[in-house]
Structures are given as structure tokens and as C-alpha cells.
Ligand binder design. Structure first.
Ligand SMILES: NC(=O)c1ccc[n+]([C@@H]2O[C@H](COP(=O)([O-])OP(=O)(O)OC[C@H]3O[C@@H](n4cnc5c(N)ncnc54)[C@H](O)[C@@H]3O)[C@@H](O)[C@H]2O)c1
Length: 255
């Protein structure tokens, strides 16, 4: 399916899952707008070519989001797909989490999706259609320990997904994508917090029924499918892409 003359905006599009989305939508002929706080996004835009635009933007700030949407719209004259992918991970339980840390995770993982949708949907409505994809996590359904703000933000994204689908359908579709463990810079830095990163990597591999972790490209291909015509019957749903993570009862699977 071609994204000829379509404009796709990806938050956190400089690297990881967002970086793979930037590359894959570009491959499908879309105009690609990368919003990121990491200037690496500029390198990626240059590497991709003239249909790619990088905007340095903290997507947790409304004024920055509004300005970025206007710039994207002026440059490409439309907006067809918004991928709310930017996210951060912090490690703490409820009693260990400071108010600042809680607000930071909520603002980057959840408020940013609300803000980007708020300013993207009117542009989509002007052209009569659009798709919003929210990158949540399997942690919206099952939870590891010591990531309370993250789990809360990813679960709330499913509520936001439903609300957008219900309030703006049928013109606008909204879906959530819930990845299992994916090999990205975020994951690699999480491994580095351990004294034995290789052992943690192996634990992650073993948790998935397919006995490997996922690639950013696998998630990006799903997002591409859900955003296009062939994904037209998906809305309001959470779609898991997790290699079977969390579907066995602990200890029930014999090797
Ligand atoms: N990697 C995994 O195992 C995994 C699993 C499930 C869900 N996810 C989710 O997928 C999304 C992408 O994760 P990833 O692993 O590719 O992470 P990553 O850290 O590798 O990439 C995230 C990108 O978001 C950008 N970003 C962070 N804060 C931002 C902000 N305020 N404004 C704009 N950009 C910002 C970063 O600079 C980075 O380029 C996140 O929402 C994450 O929670 C990841």
C-alpha cells in the first residue's frame, strides 16, 4: 500500500521504534515529519531525503507541539497519520516515585499523545480523514515490578485511544499498538542498569514464546499496516505485538 502524497508525523521518530517508523513510512513514499528532542532526528531526515522533515520538539509541551504541527502542515500541506510513539522509562514503585518523576513520565508518555492528537485531529478533519496510532505496551495488560508510572501511563493510553476512536470516528480512526520487548536504545540502556546485562537479555528472550525479542521494524510494519487502507477495520483497539509474552501461566510450560 502506498503512502504517496500522505503526510505522517512520528513523535520520538529519531531512533528505536520511532526511527523504524520514519524509515518504513518514507520507503512507502510518505512525507515524514520527525518530532524528537534528540538532534539525531536531523541526521535521519537528511539521510532519508527531501520528503523528510525534522523538528526539534519536546512533545510534552503544548506550545512546542502546536508550533511543530503548524510547521509540518505548512511544509507538506496536510496530515494523514499521527504516530504517538515518544516515551520514556523510569524505574520505581509508587512509594519511591517523586512527584516530579511521576509528572515527567505522565507528561512524556501520556500528555504528549493527548497534545499531539489535540492539534493533529483538526488538520485531519479538514481533509476528511486521518489515523492516530498510540504506542502503548504489553505493560498495559501485564506488569513488571518497579515501573509504576510507566505502567500507569501505558494503560491510560488505551483509554485515550478509545476516546479518540469514539469521539472522532468514522472520519478518524485511532488504534493502540502494544509491543513486548523490542531491541531499541531504550531497552539497551535498561540492560545497562544491571550488573549482568547479558543475563537480563537472556531472561527477556526466555519470557517470549518465540524465544527472541522483537525488532523495531516489526513494530513499525504493524503501525504501517494499521495506518493504511488494509487496516481500515481497526479502531479503538489495542493490538499486541509481543512474541507471546505473558500468555503462559508462570511455570506451566515444560521445556
Ligand atoms: N523497547 C521496548 O521494549 C518497548 C516495549 C513496549 C513499548 N515501547 C514503547 O515504544 C515507544 C518507543 O520506545 P523505544 O524503545 O523505541 O525508545 P527509545 O528511547 O529507543 O526512543 C524513544 C524516542 O523518543 C524520543 N523522546 C523522548 N522524550 C521525548 C519528548 N519529550 N519529546 C520528543 N521526543 C522524545 C527520544 O529522544 C527517542 O528518540 C515508547 O513509547 C516506549 O514506551 C517500547
Amino acid at each position: 500500500m502506498s503512502f504517496n502524497n500522505k503526510t505522517v508525523l512520528i513523535t520520538g521518530g529519531a531512533k528505536g521504534i520511532g526511527g523504524a517508523c520514519s524509515r518504513i513510512f518514507y520507503r512507502e513514499n510518505a512525507n515524514v515529519v520527525i518530532l524528537d528532542t534528540d538532534p539525531l532526528g536531523q541526521q535521519l531526515a537528511v539521510e532519508l531525503g527531501e520528503r523528510a522533515l525534522f523538528i526539534l520538539c519536546d512533545v510534552s509541551k503544548e506550545s512546542a507541539v502546536k508550533k511543530a504541527m503548524e510547521e509540518a502542515h505548512q511544509t507538506f500541506g496536510g496530515l494523514d497519520v499521527l504516530v504517538n510513539n515518544a516515551g520514556i522509562q523510569r524505574y520505581s514503585t509508587v512509594t519511591e516515585t517523586s512527584e516530579e518523576e511521576w509528572d515527567l513520565v505522565m507528561n512524556v508518555n501520556l500528555k504528549s499523545a493527548f497534545l499531539c492528537a489535540k492539534h493533529a485531529i483538526p488538520l485531519m478533519q479538514k481533509q476528511g480523514q486521518g489515523v492516530v496510532v498510540n504506542v502503548s505496551s504489553v505493560q498495559a495488560f501485564i506488569s513488571q515490578q518497579t515501573v509504576a508510572p510507566y505502567v500507569t501511563s501505558k494503560t491510560a493510553l488505551l483509554g485515550l485511544t478509545r476516546s479518540i476512536a469514539v469521539d472522532y470516528g468514522p472520519q478518524i480512526r485511532c488504534v493502540a499498538v502494544c509491543p513486548g520487548t523490542i531491541d531499541t536504545p531504550m531497552l539497551r540502556s535498561a540492560f545497562e542498569l544491571s550488573s549482568d546485562p547479558e543475563a537480563v537479555y537472556q531472561e527477556c528472550v526466555d519470557m517470549h514464546l518465540v524465544k527472541r525479542i522483537g525488532t523495531p521494524e516489526e513494530v513499525a510494519e504493524l503501525i504501517l499496516f494499521l495506518s493504511g487502507k488494509n487496516g481500515g477495520f481497526f479502531t479503538g483497539q489495542a493490538v499486541r505485538i509481543d512474541g507471546g509474552l505473558g500468555i503462559t501461566i508462570a511455570g506451566s510450560k515444560k521445556e
